[in-house]
Design a protein around this ligand. Structure first.
Ligand code: IDP
Ligand code: MG
Length: 149
């Protein structure tokens, strides 16, 4: 199966009307949308998603932020989508993110950085299973041979 990643537009991205812009960037790059839902998660769910960060001093604030409103959870597919998705997103601290990246263009504070993307293929598998227990959608783009050699 082609590589997949989990991307989440955080509550600030939804509130600020950045959903269309962000989806558009992934679409235009050539990645395929394989899962999409608007969902408000509860505290235990957010804590599971960020379990690896539970010892960090910012953990509680991070969980509060993620449960503060609906998020857009997505699965994107394509060659190298985990690493390239992270490049489209930009560095964790938006003041250090390059212009042209999502965080570099649309955010300032690290605790309001608009979007999440899986940091490895292994995390992507775990996060997709957590957020999409029903599994991603199964469809193939008719543009495939115009994007892949
Ligand atoms: P990432 O989202 O770029 O993968 P992680 O280190 O996995 O960055 O951290 C997860 C999220 O936790 C970040 O996107 C950010 O919202 C928040 N975060 C990370 N470091 C800090 C911090 O030092 N202060 C406040 N929030 C932080
Ligand atoms: Mg991370």
């Amino acid at each position: 199966m082609a590589e997949q990643t989990f991307i989440m537009i955080k509550p600030d991205g939804v509130q600020r009307g950045l959903v269309g812009e962000i989806i558009s960037r992934f679409e235009k790059k050539g990645f395929y949308l394989k899962g999409l839902k608007l969902i408000t998660v509860d505290r235990p769910f957010a804590e599971r998603h960020y379990a690896d960060l539970s010892a960090k001093p910012f953990f509680n604030g991070l969980v509060e932020y993620i449960i503060s409103g609906p998020v857009v959870a997505m699965v994107w597919e394509g060659k190298g989508v985990v690493a390239t998705g992270r490049k489209l997103i930009g560095a964790t601290n938006p003041l250090a993110s390059e212009p042209g990246t999502i965080r570099g263009d649309f955010a300032i504070d690290i605790g309001r950085n608009v979007i999440h993307g899986s940091d490895s293929v292994e995390s992507a598998t775990k996060e997709i299973a957590l957020w999409f227990p029903e599994g991603p959608a199964n469809w193939q783009s008719s543009l495939h041979s115009w994007i892949y050699e």
